[in-house]
Design a protein around this ligand. Structure first.
Ligand code: SF4
Length: 496
């Protein structure tokens, strides 16, 4: 366990100053966040300090043939399997940040002296962006998302085959009632630690979301992400349908496609069928608003697709005309033949090639997943734990001289002011996130750069320790879950 310096004690209790709560902790007890404890008068970080170690399966596959530097000569380690990287998970915080970050470690990367600064940031301004692969209607845009009745975020946009939620943020964490802040913080903590969270959307669905798992919507597990919108589906499969059927309608909440009118149908010389779609025609063979959003066919609210059709034009349609109606996931489908009155009659048996084509749509759907991206801004005080001149760290990140990672996982740095990052929580070590009851989320963040660049930005040079010293304290070693390595040259402007 990483030991922290005890700055104050009172009546046998020691004070933790890792966050503004400033708990006094009795021997054998932990503080309000369960992250720090008093063990025989020593203040310890409870969660293990975590090192990522390159492994045979996940580490670098390339060994330099003729290394420039003697220290890179082959030592029998085929895949650099023992290459370590210190993460901020379990490292601790440095609130208030007048002092250096908990670990500032040096190591060599192919002969270059590198430094990694690690700290567990306390993020009052943070949230999660959630992508849910489904066409089903989750709720109106901007509707509140609730956990235990408290608003914890809102519905954002519908994207290609996915619905997006924005959760957390400073207004829910600290801007509402005490309960709202507590529930929001708890929901974010569980989501970011890849646990399941149940939410209810105002005017919409009840959902269970867990990072990397299929979403559960109104009690039903979602299986497939749609292959594309109705128009895209026509483009993908038009050739297969050419001689199999006379008409295909792909029902979709976004764009419903009609084969005979679609450009793909025109190029394949599919004859007009006299079909009429009740919806807003966008371009030939592409219709918006054929129904309301819902949990039925193609993310609409319909169970019977025939209600989106008007009467067939008798000048063009004919008895015996064969029509396939299908949703964008292939989950719903119907094969119809026009009777003597030009009314579509549902067939109980599908011709084998039509059945096969429906199965190909389904096969082309990817598994529906929920994705959780942690999003937070590294504030000025956190940056002060890295350098005596915090703005230089921001500039160094923007100039691609400093690489940012979260628990070793690559972090996308937003353009513009500050260091605002997003990271996929499934790429981070398990239980990377904690909380403090202010309320705020605690998340790992690491800054890696060349030693010379660290010195130039006013780094705490006196606090640097070699990686070997840090590894002695590490209790947990995990393999990287992604291909990129935080100290790799390709992350930096000078190594590109
Ligand atoms: S809440 Fe946790 S981090 Fe904050 S002072 Fe208490 S024990 Fe320390």
């Amino acid at each position: 366990m990483v030991k922290q310096i005890v700055e104050a004690a009172e009546n046998g209790k020691i004070r933790c100053d890792a966050c503004p709560v400033m708990c006094f902790i009795a021997d054998g007890r932990s503080g309000a966040c369960d992250r720090y404890a008093n063990e025989g008068g020593e203040l310890i970080r409870v969660d293990p300090l975590t090192i990522i170690e390159g492994t045979v399966s996940a580490g670098g596959k390339i060994v330099p043939f003729m290394p420039d530097h003697p220290e890179d000569e082959w030592n029998g380690d085929l895949v650099n399997a023992r290459k370590p990287f210190i993460t901020a998970v379990g490292a601790g915080t440095t609130y208030p940040d007048y002092k250096p970050a908990p670990f500032i470690v040096s190591q060599k990367q192919n002969g270059v002296d590198m430094v990694t600064v690690v700290t567990e940031g306390i993020f009052s301004y943070c949230g999660a962006k959630v992508k849910i692969d489904t066409d089903r209607f989750l709720g109106p845009e901007a509707a509140a998302v609730r956990v235990d009745g408290e608003p914890v975020g809102h519905v954002m946009t519908g994207e290609y085959g996915s619905q997006m939620l924005s959760l957390g943020g400073v207004h829910h964490l600290t801007g509402g009632s005490k309960k709202e802040g507590r529930v929001t913080c708890d929901a974010l903590l569980r989501l970011c630690n890849s646990e399941a969270v149940e939410m209810v959307i105002d005017g919409g669905a009840s959902i269970i979301v867990q990072a990397g798992k299929a979403p559960i919507i109104n009690g039903a597990e979602e299986h497939r992400m749609r292959v594309g919108c109705g128009s895209a589906t026509i483009g993908m499969f038009a050739k297969q349908w050419k001689d199999m059927v006379d008409e295909v309608v792909v029902v979709d909440d976004h764009i419903t496609g009609v084969l005979s009118e679609h450009q793909a149908g025109k190029l394949l010389n599919i004859a007009p069928t006299g079909i009429k779609i009740k919806g807003r025609r966008s371009t030939p063979g592409r219709y918006f608003q054929v129904a309301e959003p819902g949990t039925g066919w193609g993310g609409t609210n319909i169970d019977d697709p025939l209600i989106i059709l008007g009467d067939f034009d008798p000048k063009t349609a004919y008895p015996g005309l064969r029509m396939l109606m299908v949703s964008t996931t292939g989950e719903q489908y119907g094969y119809y033949i026009l009777d003597d009155q030009l009314r579509p009659e549902l067939q109980t048996l599908l011709p084998a090639p039509v059945q096969e084509s429906v199965e190909i749509i389904a096969e082309n759907c990817e598994p529906a997943l929920a994705t959780v991206l942690f999003m937070g801004g590294a504030g000025g005080s956190l940056r002060a734990g890295v350098t005596t001149n915090p703005v230089r760290l921001t500039r160094s990140v923007k100039e691609a001289l400093t690489h940012v990672s979260c628990g070793g996982a690559p972090a996308y740095v937003w353009p513009g002011g500050g260091i605002t990052v997003m990271a996929d929580v499934t790429e981070m070590p398990s239980n990377s996130f904690g909380y403090v009851p202010t309320p705020a989320l605690v998340a790992p963040i690491e800054f890696t750069m060349r030693l010379a660049d660290y010195e130039a930005l006013g780094g705490h040079m006196e606090a640097i320790i070699p990686i070997e010293q840090a590894i002695e304290l590490a209790e947990r070693k995990v393999a990287p879950t992604q291909g990129s390595w935080p100290t790799s040259e390709r992350n930096f402007k000078w190594g590109a």
